[in-house]
Write a protein that binds this ligand. Structure first.
Ligand code: NAD
Length: 451
């Protein structure tokens, strides 16, 4: 098939390289000419495991190419994926400005009677595929036929390539059986189950998935806070919950909550849409409110462990919204830094993230010193907060904390450290909902904590 993909973000680029790997001819276009120039020179501007080699291999094989002029590819392709960003606007609603720009470029479609498919992979409000089709119909003339289908993308940043080739599910929302069939054929070599449905249900399936995960995360965090108050160990509780197949072991970790480019935006959008539709999503609303409390809760815990934080140096370990990515969009670290600065204006902050240093330098205030290593960030610090659960932080030994820091006080906001082991060696390590005497993940047997 000849496929065009508009949008060379992580989503669009992974789709492009993935479909090229499956043998299709793919042209990926993006309005950002700098990005296209980089991609054309073999530079992949994302830290996404496996993506660079996948892109380079398919460019070399002549199956994948890049450009920044959408109109030509739109004419040639039988199937057009739209994977442009749909960020939250100033009111927190999903902006469809980029999608409309793409649709409004579709002018010179040849009048050859072939039916084109326009597949929306971007996350969008319910009803967007229908609105897109109406907008398109107003522009297209003659015998040009097009059907807009919804094919939401469930890949996760940090494992996008793996998720493309081993999808948990492929959801296809179409009007005609022919369109559903063509997309089913396209995915037939991928192992995931295919759910074929109408367009609105496909759009809602994506928003509902993120809302469900958000509820699970906030449940975990509130339960962890309760465990702290009554002297119970939340990770043990979570381990027990996760062994119940009706609950499942994922997304039960307590920590600093959810962030990133999609979950805050999707939960907000869902709540507003559902309100407008007269079906309030009170559970999701509560999950969002609970999530917003977490940075303050962490700062209060720091205040309990460290006197006068406004005159101290605090190191942040991790800044990205999750391990495996350099993405800092709406990351919990941003809200934590804002809260630390708000309550303690004089606080000196250092930060280290294995991947997000360059991004952090662009978006964080200059008052946060971005360091090249955990050691550099921790040197002379009065306390440290683990903000992102990078596994490399587990390699830091008690002796390192003690010799690098002024006071070895660690607030483990992701429960990645072996608190009991560190505490036994003279490091104060305070987790989330965790009893200091219970062994942490690194001292449990592999697989014992399947979170
Ligand atoms: N990143 C993920 O892991 C992920 C997972 C599932 C779904 N999604 C959804 O997929 C969509 C894309 O996500 P992303 O993270 O890749 O976004 P992104 O913002 O990183 O990338 C979008 C790209 O689209 C380009 N673009 C914007 N308007 C354009 C236009 N009119 N013409 C051509 N190019 C244009 C931008 O230059 C940018 O390179 C979003 O709706 C997102 O919610 C993302």
């Amino acid at each position: 098939m000849k496929i065009a993909v508009v949008g060379a973000g992580v989503t669009g680029l992974t789709l492009s390289a993935g479909f090229a790997e499956l043998g299709h001819t793919v042209r990926c276009v993006d309005g950002d000419s700098g990005k296209i120039a980089q991609l054309s020179q073999g530079i992949v501007p994302y830290r996404e495991p496996g993506l660079e080699s996948l892109v380079l291999r398919n460019v070399a094989a002549g199956r994948l190419g890049f450009g920044n002029e959408p109109s030509g590819v739109l004419n040639e392709a039988e199937l057009l994926f739209i994977a442009v960003g749909t960020p939250a606007d100033e009111r927190g609603d999903m902006s469809l400005a980029s999608l409309w720009k793409v649709i409004d470029r579709i002018e010179a479609w040849p009048d050859d009677g072939r039916k084109r498919l326009i597949a929306i992979s971007s996350t969008v409000p319910v009803g967007t595929a229908e609105r897109t089709e109406s907008r398109l119909r107003g522009r297209l003339t003659g015998r040009c036929e097009a059907e807009v289908v919804s094919i939401p993308e469930f890949m996760r940043e940090g494992r996008a390539v793996r998720d493309f080739f081993e999808p948990t599910r492929i959801v296809i929302g179409a009007v005609s059986a022919e369109a559903a069939d063509r997309l089913t054929q396209l995915h037939r070599r991928l192992p995931g189950p295919i759910v074929t449905t109408d367009r609105r249900s496909a759009e809602l399936a994506k928003l509902a998935a993120n809302a469900c995960l958000a509820v699970k995360i906030s449940f975990a965090n509130e339960m962890a806070a309760f465990a702290e108050q009554v002297g119970a160990d939340y990770p043990s509780v979570a381990q027990s919950l996760g062994l119940d197949p009706r609950i499942g072991p994922y997304f039960l970790e307590a920590g600093l909550g959810f962030g990133g480019s999609s979950m805050p935006r999707d939960t907000h959008a869902l709540v507003r849409m559902a309100d407008d539709a007269g079906a309030p999503q009170t559970l999701v609303e509560a999950a969002v409110r609970a999530n917003a409390m977490l940075p303050l809760r962490m700062v209060r815990k720091l205040e309990a462990a460290l006197s006068d934080p406004g005159r101290r140096k605090v190191a942040l370990l991790g800044l990205a919204c999750k391990p495996g990515t350099d993405d800092m969009r709406d990351a919990p670290s941003l809200r934590l830094i804002a809260e630390l600065n708000r309550r303690h204006p004089g606080i000196a902050l250092t930060a280290y993230d294995p991947e997000a240093g360059a991004v952090a330098r662009k978006i964080l205030p200059a008052s946060v010193a971005i360091c090249e290593s955990a050691e550099e960030a921790l040197r002379g610090a009065d306390a440290a907060i683990v903000v992102t659960g990078w596994s490399e932080f587990r390699q830091i030994q008690a002796e390192d904390f003690k010799s690098w820091m002024s006071r070895p006080i660690i607030m483990d906001g992701r429960n990645v450290l072996d608190a009991a082991g560190l505490n036994a060696q003279g490091v104060v390590c305070i987790g989330v909902g965790r009893l200091p005497s219970i062994p942490g993940p690194s001292s449990r047997k592999a697989g014992e904590l399947a979170l």
